[in-house]
Design a protein around this ligand. Structure first.
Ligand code: RIB
Length: 318
């Protein structure tokens, strides 16, 4: 069923610009997530590359896109290693800002034995990416097709980037994580908003538990001004609504190792496939990419390659 979409994606190298965060993730594997005031022994500590923007850029590169990443890292050991990683993934680093004002973005992550996580992010250099830096880096906006961002940067930087993207006629996709307010006037610049369950509740005031809730929450987001909504519902799959068409696509059952950045993998696939097939196929493709990211440990290390996606689809007769 997804054969046509896969062939199309393989043929073209879609030009996608990502404006977002880059972090180093310090990950502790724990038997369970800690409660307030608790102290117990963890199992291991690992340092991997992360950050919602960087994760999505790496995912896109592995899926075969032509990616431009605008982010900011510190002039420190972490910043250097992030830039090296991007080069290894084939992501150009000339649009990446370096700052000595502060340290590189860092995330402290707990992952329990069921793959669930808790994340604390210290923005660091991510908050040194200012609107002027985005305006200065206009070139990728001129040549790009799709614009992808998240809410981990300064609001004014995200807003400037969204306006710049629309001014250049790009399709704009916003991953609504982490939960943050989006100013009313910026919503109409969003073609596709994709929040997970927590972010949906934060933005709309209602937990998306039933299909009725999915519709209600999506309607709220459309009323706020977004043009279409894709709710990320974890293992339940995802839900699309644009005011007329409503599509729900169930998720895949996979052996879960770590759910960190599964949503990033999903949104990057959504952006890549946007407009290239019927919406149910696009959602199914994004579900696969998100599911595969749950089967490996770590944020960027878990982003699946295009071949892994096609192999998975074959094994599911798609
Ligand atoms: O979405 C997962 C990401 O959120 C992690 O990689 C962490 O860095 C935070 O940005």
């Amino acid at each position: 069923m997804l054969e046509k979409l896969i062939k199309k994606l393989k043929r073209q190298k879609r030009k996608i610009i990502v404006v977002g965060s880059a972090n180093v993730d310090i990950v502790a594997k724990v038997p369970r997530l800690p409660k307030e005031g608790e102290s117990f022994r963890g199992e291991s500590l690992t340092i991997v590359h992360g950050g919602k923007g960087a994760n999505q850029a790496v995912s896109l590169a592995r899926l075969g896109a032509d990616v431009q990443l605008i982010c900011c890292v510190g002039k420190d050991h972490f910043g250097k290693s992030m830039k090296e990683r991007f080069k290894e993934e084939g992501i150009p680093t000339d649009t990446i800002k370096e700052t000595d004002e502060t340290f590189s973005g860092t995330a402290l992550i707990f992952v329990d034995k069921n793959g669930r996580n808790s994340i604390v992010v210290i923005a660091g250099a991510n908050h040194e990416l200012k609107p002027a830096d985005v305006i200065q880096r206009e070139n990728p906006f001129i040549t790009g097709e799709i614009f992808l961002t998240q809410l981990e940067l300064l609001p004014e930087t995200i807003e400037t980037a969204l306006i710049q993207a629309k001014k250049n006629g790009l399709i704009t996709v916003v991953d609504a994580g982490p939960p943050r307010k989006i100013s009313q006037y910026i919503f109409p610049y969003i073609d596709v908003i994709s929040p997970n369950e927590t972010e949906t509740e934060f933005l709309t005031g209602r937990k998306p538990k039933t299909k009725k809730d999915f519709r209600w929450c999506s309607e709220r987001l459309l009323q706020m001004g977004a043009h279409s909504v894709v709710l990320k519902l974890g293992k339940q799959g995802c839900y699309y609504f644009d005011g007329v068409n409503e599509v729900y696509v169930p998720g895949y059952k996979v052996p879960v190792v770590d759910t960190t950045a599964a949503g990033d993998a999903f949104t990057s696939a959504l952006a890549l496939a946007w407009g290239q097939a019927d919406i149910d196929e696009i959602l199914d493709f994004a579900n696969v990419v998100g599911a595969l990211a749950c089967t490996k440990f770590g944020a960027q290390p878990s982003m699946p390659f295009f071949e892994e996606v096609t192999k998975f689809l074959k094994s599911h007769n798609k």
